[in-house]
Structure formats: structure tokens, C-alpha cells
Design a protein around this ligand. Structure first.
Ligand code: COA
Length: 260
């Protein structure tokens, strides 16, 4: 499939999705959100894809936010719809994908950009990255999950301060507070994401999906994460991957997971 605002490329089990509007610092307009939905769906449906990496084109920005020019004259109703549709199509969609998603944050990740990075399963960043949720400086609040995912990742007090001040933190500060897992140079960012992806790919894709689901369950209101874990744990025993993984261990050989 061909896209206008993004690039999607699959090699060696990794689908790399690149937001490609560098002249607008990769701001997320509606067309880009729709294309991202399609690209994430296609990658998740592709049995050859074991890990998805999401990044931004150019050296300056991952994503500098939702496209302000598109919503500046929206009504209350349109504003609510913008957030609901965006969350369903992209942010919750990514967070709940069964294929692991790594955000490679290569520059500014602001507003919807940081929200997209936070919807990914985890984040790595280059040392020039700057992150923040500056929405209150525009008279609005984060609407793509930012008020929920930022406190989950960095704690309530830090999230309150970052959101209220509309400030930005650099990559090392983000590392210190757990917003990103690793920081490296710009050149090494994608190689680092690929190195982590290759470690993930050695393991059972079915078990990884089950783990994502159980971990996410603990952050859902009204869902008992421990019960979700028990269910997912039990389900694993009925999979071919479990048979292969345990047999390979007992026979002292490397597992070759069928992914079923
Ligand atoms: N929406 C729409 N366009 C955006 C954008 C956004 N969120 N972020 C950047 N752009 C556009 C700029 O309007 C500019 O377009 P132009 O060249 O046609 O005028 C282009 O991207 C380059 O941005 P510019 O502001 O000139 O770059 P800069 O280096 O001076 O500043 C930022 C970089 C990230 C600090 C600044 O672009 C910014 O504050 N962006 C908005 C961040 C934000 O509030 N995001 C939350 C949105 S809810």
C-alpha cells in the first residue's frame, strides 16, 4: 500500500513506520492518523512482522503534536470527536496491538507526538529528543491519552508538573523518570531499536502478545490484572509455541517458535 504522509518498510521481521511530514515537524493531521492506523494494522496482520518500530523522518522531530491548523476553529462537539476518533484509530489501537511496538523518539515529541510514543509499548530516544505535553499553552488539554499514560509512566506529581507548566524535558531527564528506557545518539537510535527488536524476536510471539494483554489489563479501569494474567497464562499451555519452547529447553536446543 502506498501512503502520502508516512513510510512503511518491512525487513528482517521488523516493520518500520516513519511519519514523513518533516516540513511540519511530522505533525499529526487527520490523514496521517488514518494512514498510521492502516500501516499499524497491516504490520500487525503480517505474520512475518515480529516487532514494529515507529519513528519520525528528519533530524528534528518525532512528532511535534497534533496538527494545530486542523482543529483551531473546532466546536466543543468537534473537539470531543477529534479525541475519541484519534484514541480509537491510533493511540488505543497501538497500545493494544498484539505485536510489540517500540517508539524511536528522534527529536521533538510534543503533544500528540509524546502521546503516540507513550501509546507504544516502550520508548528509546536520541540525545536530542525533547518531550512534553504543551496543550495547556494552547488552551486545551492532552486528548490522545496523555493525561492517563503520562502519570502511569512517570508518576502523578511529575505528570501534573509537566502538563501544568507545558514544559519540555530532555532525553536524559526522560530516562531518569522512566519515560524512555534508553538514550543514545541520533545515528545509533534505529540500530538500538533494532537490537532490542532482535532480542524480542527470539521469543514466542504468542506469549509476547499474551504478556502485552496481561500488562495492559492492569491499567484498565474495572479490570483485575491478576485475573487477566491467570487467564493468559492458562491459554499459553494450549499453544504450539509453549510445546516448542518447553521441548526445546528440555532437549537443550534453541526454540524455533511456530508463532501459534
Ligand atoms: N501543528 C501544525 N504545524 C506545526 C506543528 C503542529 N503541532 N508543530 C510545528 N508545526 C509547523 C510550523 O507551523 C512550521 O510550519 P511553517 O514552516 O509552514 O510555518 C513548521 O512546522 C516548523 O515549525 P517551527 O515552529 O517553525 O519550528 P521551530 O524549530 O521554530 O519550533 C517547535 C519547533 C516544536 C518548538 C514548535 O514548532 C512548536 O512549538 N510546535 C507546536 C508544539 C505543540 O504545541 N504541540 C502540541 C499540539 S496539541
Amino acid at each position: 500500500m502506498s501512503y502520502t504522509n508516512i513510510l512503511s518498510d518491512t525487513a528482517n521481521g521488523i516493520a518500520t513506520i516513519t511519519i514523513n511530514r518533516p516540513s511540519k515537524l511530522n505533525a499529526l493531521n487527520s490523514a496521517t492518523i488514518h494512514e498510521l492506523h492502516e500501516a499499524f494494522k497491516a504490520a500487525d496482520d503480517d505474520n512475518d512482522v515480529k516487532v514494529i518500530v515507529i519513528t519520525g523522518s528528519g533530524e528534528k522531530a518525532f512528532v511535534a503534536g497534533a496538527d494545530i491548523s486542523e482543529f483551531a476553529d473546532f466546536s466543543e462537539e468537534e473537539g470531543g470527536k477529534l479525541a475519541a476518533q484519534g484514541q480509537a484509530l491510533l493511540f488505543d489501537f497501538v497500545a493494544n496491538l498484539s505485536t510489540p511496538v517500540i517508539a524511536a523518539v528522534n527529536g521533538f515529541a510534543l503533544g500528540g507526538g509524546l502521546e503516540l510514543a507513550m501509546a507504544a509499548h516502550f520508548r528509546v530516544a536520541s540525545d536530542n529528543a525533547k518531550m512534553g505535553l504543551p496543550e495547556v499553552s494552547l488552551g486545551v488539554i492532552p486528548g490522545y491519552g496523555g493525561t492517563q499514560r503520562l502519570p502511569q509512566l512517570v508518576g502523578k506529581g511529575r505528570a501534573m508538573e509537566l502538563i501544568m507548566t507545558a514544559g519540555m524535558i530532555d532525553a536524559n531527564k526522560a530516562l531518569e523518570c522512566g519515560l524512555v528506557n534508553h538514550v543514545t545518539t541520533q545515528e545509533e537510535l534505529i540500530p538500538l531499536a533494532e537490537k532490542i527488536a532482535s532480542k524480542i524476536m527470539r521469543n514466542s510471539p504468542v506469549a509476547i502478545s499474551a504478556a502485552i494483554s496481561a500488562i495492559n489489563a492492569g491499567f484498565e479501569t474495572g479490570v483485575d490484572g491478576f485475573k487477566a494474567e491467570i487467564k493468559q497464562f492458562g491459554n499459553c499451555f494450549g499453544t504450539e509455541d509453549f510445546k516448542e519452547g518447553t521441548q526445546a529447553f528440555l532437549n537443550k536446543r534453541k526454540a524455533d517458535f511456530p508463532g501459534k
